[in-house]
Design a binder for this molecule. Structure first.
Ligand code: GLU
Length: 305
């Protein structure tokens, strides 16, 4: 495994065509696109990394997997009255579908859906309390208490978040946001600004590898059925309107973020995190996707056999 990862870093990590860093969040525009990291956390507890695997990056939309998991824990199936579970086929920040579908986002992973989920888990709490709860959960699943939020990224998103504010207000106009919009957005921007390295991120996905139970710590996080469902949502909706392409090329449930990270799950086998800040046209890590494609070719981990 170490040889495979080192080879991926040597070939893909050295690529000239690295995609484009997200520049609509100014703090992300400053990130050096020449960084690259990959970590594989196996179900048996072994962890292999190559590249800049200790460098922290903004996990952005990957955090939506964690907030969905928390929302399902709090609301159960009532979550599905707030967001759907269909691929959107639209860009991550699109408002178009919301009007046709009375303010109900297609799925929990597009921005509108994740904002609706932030609203769902806020219920009756201050954003600070909810963020503490989200962080506590992420630290628990990653088994790492050092994980925190990059406040500079959060402020940068707040200052430039007109599109997300529009989505939230639009949903509120349909009566779909129950808390003050500012509180919902503050919570959303902050959880997107959680900073992790690929080692921490790979470990955080382990509960999705072993039917809802972290195979290394032995703790149960969610039921088997819930883990299955989260994985299926990641496969169908985890890469926005590039989800079909990711399933075609990689064949694993995965969630990307505009910070250039991707968390991918090989059920029963491994949790994989890659990071390369440059994005493709639809906002998914360009080299990260290529790296996963290569890893799956080497290992045969595609869920499609
Ligand atoms: N915080 C980002 C936004 O709302 C998340 C987008 C992403 O990672 O895809 O625009």
């Amino acid at each position: 495994m170490q040889e495979i990862l080192d080879e991926i870093v040597a070939t893909i990590g050295a690529s000239d065509d690295r995609g484009k860093v997200a520049d609509y969040i100014p703090q992300l525009a400053c990130v050096d696109p020449n960084q690259f990291a990959i970590t594989v956390a196996l179900a048996d507890g072994r962890v292999f990394s190559s590249g800049d695997s200790e460098r922290l990056f903004s996990i952005q939309s990957i955090s939506k997997v964690f907030t969905l998991t928390i929302a399902l824990g709090k609301l159960g199936d009532a979550v599905w009255s707030r967001v759907g579970r269909e691929p959107s086929g639209d860009p991550f920040n699109s408002i178009v579908q919301l009007e046709h579908e009375q303010g109900k986002p297609r799925n929990p992973f597009i921005n509108a859906g994740a904002i609706a989920i932030a609203d769902a888990i806020l219920m009756g709490h201050q954003p600070k309390e909810t963020l503490a709860e989200i962080l506590q959960f992420v630290r628990f699943i990653a088994d790492d208490d050092s994980i925190g939020i990059d406040e500079k990224v959060a402020q940068s998103e707040l200052l430039t978040g007109d599109r997300n504010a529009s989505l939230a207000h639009f949903m509120a106009s349909f009566g779909r946001i129950k808390n003050p919009v500012d509180c919902v957005l503050g919570t959303y921007f902050h959880h997107c600004s959680i900073a992790m390295n690929t080692e921490q991120l790979a470990r955080s996905g382990l509960f999705l590898v072993d039917n809802g139970r972290n195979p290394v710590t032995g703790t149960r996080v969610v039921s088997t059925q819930r883990a299955r469902r989260i994985n299926s949502l990641m496969l169908m909706c985890g890469h926005y309107d590039g989800s079909g392409e990711f399933a075609f090329r990689v064949g694993l449930p995965g969630k990307s973020g505009v910070g250039g990270g991707i968390l991918a799950i090989a059920p029963g086998t491994a949790s994989i995190a890659v990071w390369s800040p440059g994005l493709d046209e639809v906002g998914n890590s360009k080299l990260g996707t290529e790296a996963l494609e290569k890893l799956v070719q080497h290992t045969g981990w595609s869920i499609f056999g």
